[in-house]
Design a protein around this ligand. Structure first.
Ligand code: BDR
Ligand code: CA
Length: 322
């Protein structure tokens, strides 16, 4: 399957990128860089360095939007720095041999061109702010019926993780998220409702570390940072786990059977006090407006074993090359 990843390359975005590259059935057409966990430019630096680290510099990286629709600038929040470090990879340096260059074409133009060429055969997977995706929709509304999006973001039933209403990716740019979710495109929302049930463990990260190669060591160091940062915020039963927000979106894009969805037209509340909250408008429900597929149940064990097997064999391959 063909995929474009739109990342705000923090730690679970890096995890998602590794998982997508490790899966031989996914053809990653490109990576587009957005803001959120880090600035757009830090995220793009991370993408280029990560692709070099794993020997996949043929995958092009494009510049997405660098600030939300409602502002001319963007600053990384304290919360994002706590979970992702100042550089987005838990303050662990990415061991890249050489760093390639970002493409001259913008992310918006690249996505428009890809959807024109492949239609729904390319799955767009945003795992950060939805600003770039909103700009695509605003610039090329004629492509809406050809767009297939599987996004990490939102919380339909659960409380938010940015504040009690909003999930972090939606909170980065609620207006953009509203443009996307109410557009009528074919969208699966992989939100906190399912991602908070989906995690790997410190034991798996330790198993990857034991491989001993450069790439595995980087990955384990980065994941250790995230686990340590998360521990104070999760209950005793979930200590030493790594919540797989962004990797689950990649998993669902690859295999929709990992989740069960309820179809409902959605909007994003853009007004205070609930700015960033996922809502559905009863009148739009009655009018049978094009629904979003909202993931509410997840085949956790099947997904996590696929993810762990795929990543373990991917990181093993670097030991063979060393
Ligand atoms: C989402 O917010 C970001 O910080 C993570 O990378 C993930 O995409 C989880 O709410
Ligand atoms: Ca993300």
């Amino acid at each position: 399957m063909k995929m474009i990843l739109d990342l705000d390359t923090g730690i679970d975005d890096t995890f998602a990128l590794m998982y997508a590259i490790a899966n031989p059935d996914i053809q990653l057409l490109g990576v587009t860089g957005s803001f959120g966990n880090v600035t757009r430019d830090q995220g793009i630096h991370n993408d280029l360095a990560l692709l070099s680290m794993v020997g996949h510099q043929e995958i092009p990286v494009f510049k997405g939007e660098c600030h939300p629709l409602f502002s001319d600038n963007f600053t990384v929040s304290e919360g994002c720095e706590i979970f992702h470090g100042k550089n987005g990879t838990g303050d662990v340096e990415i061991p890249a041999k050489s760093i390639g260059s970002v493409q001259p074409q913008s992310a918006i133009d690249f996505i428009i061109q890809s959807v024109k060429t492949y239609g729904k055969d390319v799955t767009l997977v945003p795992t950060g702010s939805l600003t770039t995706m909103a700009r695509v929709i605003q610039q090329a509304p004629e492509l809406i019926s050809k767009m297939h999006i599987v996004m990490m973001g939102g919380a339909a039933i659960q409380a938010g993780n940015n504040d009690k209403f909003a999930e972090c990716n939606i909170a980065q740019d609620p207006d953009a998220a509203d443009v996307v979710l109410s557009s009528g495109a074919d969208i699966t929302m992989v939100g906190l409702d399912v991602t908070m049930q989906t995690y790997t463990t410190q034991a798996f990260i330790n198993k990857v570390r034991a491989l001993g190669n450069t790439q595995a060591t980087f990955f384990a160091d980065m994941c250790d940072f995230y686990i340590k940062a998360s521990n104070p915020y999760v209950p005793a039963c979930a200590q030493d786990t790594f919540v797989l927000h962004d990797p689950l979106a990649v998993g669902v894009a690859f295999n929709p059977q990992y989740v069960r969805c309820v179809d409902v037209p959605l909007r994003v509340d853009t007004e205070e006090p609930g700015r960033g909250r996922i809502i559905s408008d009863p009148l739009e429900v009655m009018a049978k407006k094009t629904p979003v597929h909202v993931a509410l149940e997840v085949q956790n064990e099947t997904f996590v074993s696929h993810l762990e097997e795929t990543l373990y064999s991917f990181f093993t391959s670097f030991s063979e090359k060393e």
